[in-house]
Design a protein around this ligand. Structure first.
Ligand code: ATP
Ligand code: MG
Length: 233
């Protein structure tokens, strides 16, 4: 690691003694117990763990989609676990890019428009948003699909569009929850390739949840989540 990289290593995400308890059939289900974790700017982190161990819950807490029962989550300079709804919306729109197992593309908009959407919502002019969206689509290998609608794309293509969209607002942090979960081997590798290439080139921080062992291996840092906590692999 060069000295330049060392000076860049600032904490971007911090979890302190985080617990998450869900109500469950009159009782309680403790999913995360006392999780403390620091992720530095620029880290590419893969998170694995058995189904139901709380991986999506963890990403949702970091993404401000849910609140911890106890403890604190800070991310990108925001005290995520204690923000108002309005501040949470700002945090999500400005600092985060989401890629999920399901693409969540808008079915009535074409590929280019879907990628442009976060920038238009943030007030960017249509022309400049279209130019940047076209550039990102080029980078994920989908220039030829700009006018296709989501229903006219393959699963792997939809995930690459979702990735381009997640980068549109130049977020600090990309949260990816099983982005290759529904794809066959060939498409998984295509999505994986652009995911790592672009997050690295644009110097993003990536938190990637995956069951896919080959994908997890590409993480520069690997974490395994269990009932007992988080382990470094
Ligand atoms: N809103 C909720 N209310 C109650 N229980 C929930 C809720 N969301 C998740 N759970 C439970 O919490 C546990 C963790 O769920 P989570 O979705 O975080 O697991 P996961 O590790 O992402 O699993 P998978 O690999 O299958 O996606 C599960 O047992 C689940 O049933
Ligand atoms: Mg999950």
């Amino acid at each position: 690691m060069s000295s330049e990289e060392i000076t860049l290593a600032e904490p971007l995400v911090e979890l302190k003694d985080v617990r998450k308890i869900y109500p469950s059939g009159g009782g309680e289900l403790e999913v995360l117990s006392n999780i403390s974790l620091t992720i530095n700017q620029g880290e590419l982190v893969a998170i694995t763990g058995e189904s139901g161990c709380g991986k999506s819950t963890l990403l949702n807490l970091i993404g401000g989609l849910d609140k911890p029962s106890e403890g604190e989550v800070t991310s990108c300079g925001y005290a995520v676990s204690s923000l108002s709804e309005k501040a949470l919306t700002d945090y999500r729109n400005q600092s985060l890019g989401f890629v999920f197992q399901f693409h969540f593309l808008l079915k009535d908009f074409n590929t280019l428009e879907n990628v442009m959407m976060p920038a238009l919502m943030a007030g960017e002019k249509k022309h400049s948003a279209a130019d940047r969206a076209a550039e990102l689509l080029k980078r994920v290998g989908l220039s030829e699909r700009e006018t296709h609608f989501p229903s006219q794309l393959s699963g792997g293509e939809r995930q690459r569009v979702a990735l381009a969209r997640s980068l549109m607002n130049d977020p600090l942090l990309i949260l990816a929850d099983e982005p290759t979960g529904n794809l066959d081997e060939r498409n998984s590798r295509l999505v994986e390739e652009v995911l790592f290439e672009l997050t690295e080139e644009f110097q993003k921080t990536l938190l990637l949840v995956t069951h896919d062992a080959a994908l997890a291996k590409k993480g520069r840092r690997r974490l395994h989540l269990t009932q007992g906590g988080v382990q470094e692999l």
